[in-house]
Design a protein around this ligand. Structure first.
Ligand code: SAM
Length: 334
């Protein structure tokens, strides 16, 4: 029996009564940028290529999650558009019966080349990371001079017509608020939603920065741009939103540090070697990829997934134990 033909009557529910219907898959841990808060320039901890799951292996694992009740999948990384054949992988995932939403997180450097084929493959929504419109600041943050590529990619994506395009901007104590305002002006003019994200202490890079409480930043920007708080545009994720007077969502906040949202967590993560991570801010994991390569059957893999969900931690401890997560964000993709 194929993995996707055995739907679960109950879905994936953890011991805190949270329904897990969202899987994020890091399709590569490699990236063509080196953002200061994410990856060191000379990062040595990348996964061995021999351990990268093939498209078929990844699709098999994703299909098993879908058979157990997952409906939404996000492809992330590293930089997912550096993975060869990303659009074919996306098409395979989009074709799984039971998937209602396929999204991708990208830094946008290769979006100009890939936007149309990703849409064609069935990707509905895009999240694009962009912290500044200032070329020198972009180069400082990402250690690469690629701002123009990202802007060209965003124009291409806008022309293709995705259901939504969100711009993710990581904010910390050294971020210039005037730069965020410029970014918001740009995103509103393009019809994108700007989401501000508090830095998390993941890996040595992430711990270099102090987060700022985004509720205050968001409030000031909302006032400056005449935006009003809205609950109508709440997506499947934890962001809170402000909309224009015409009720167009424009600004969102993701506040894992100042106001965590673990009680409503609906997601788990798979890394490129098929390791299942149960929480972004904890090390609990299940080596599904190893089991798959050791010949586990679909039924055995499902049992491992269920055991993992049963062990999903109640919450992250980024604030109380910031030293805990030594893995970098690129391993699980946010
Ligand atoms: N390359 C893709 C991208 O740029 O969106 C996907 C992977 S990237 C690791 C996913 C998101 O994590 C990006 O928005 C990035 O800015 C964010 N990120 C990386 N390190 C972070 C940290 N320490 N705290 C908060 N967000 C972080």
């Amino acid at each position: 029996m194929s993995a996707s033909s055995t739907p679960s009557p109950t879905g994936l529910v953890d011991t805190f009564n949270r329904r897990i219907d969202y899987l994020r898959v890091s399709v590569t841990d490699r990236c063509d940028l080196r953002c200061q808060y994410c990856l060191p320039e000379d990062f040595k901890g990348f996964e061995e290529p021999a351990n990268w799951l093939s498209h078929a292996e990844m699709t098999r694992l994703i299909a098993l999650f879908v058979s157990l009740g997952v409906k939404k999948v996000r492809l992330t990384g590293g930089e997912p558009l550096t993975r060869r054949g990303i659009s074919e992988l996306a098409a395979n995932v989009a074709a799984l019966p039971g998937i209602t939403d396929l999204a991708i997180s990208t830094n946008g450097t290769r979006l100009q080349r890939h936007a149309a084929e990703l849409k064609q493959a069935g990707v509905r929504r895009l999240n694009v990371s962009l912290d500044t419109l200032n070329r020198a600041a972009f180069q400082e943050i990402t250690r690469r001079d690629r701002l123009q590529d990202v802007l060209d990619g965003l124009s291409a994506a806008q022309a293709v017509g995705f259901e939504s395009i969100k711009i993710n901007c990581v904010v910390h104590s050294e971020t210039d608020e005037a730069e965020i305002a410029r970014l918001l002006e740009y995103t509103m003019s393009m019809g994108f939603i700007l989401r501000l994200i508090e830095t998390m202490p993941m890996g040595a890079s992430g711990r270099q920065y102090r987060h700022v409480n985004l509720n205050e930043v968001g409030g000031r920007l909302a006032e400056q741009f005449g935006l009003v708080a809205t609950v109508e545009h709440r997506g499947p994720g934890p962001a809170r939103y402000w909309a224009t007077a015409d009720n167009i969502p424009a600004l969102g906040l993701i506040t894992p540090m100042s106001q965590h949202f673990c009680a409503s967590c609906n997601r788990v993560r798979l890394s490129v070697d098929g390791t299942l991570y149960l929480c972004l801010g904890q090390e609990n994991q299940v080596p599904l990829g190893t089991a798959l390569r050791d010949g586990a059957s679909d039924a055995e893999l499902r049992e491992l997934i269920l055991a993992g969900i049963a062990a999903k931690p109640e919450r992250h401890e980024f604030s109380t134990a910031p030293e805990r997560i030594i893995r970098v964000m690129a391993k699980t993709g946010g």
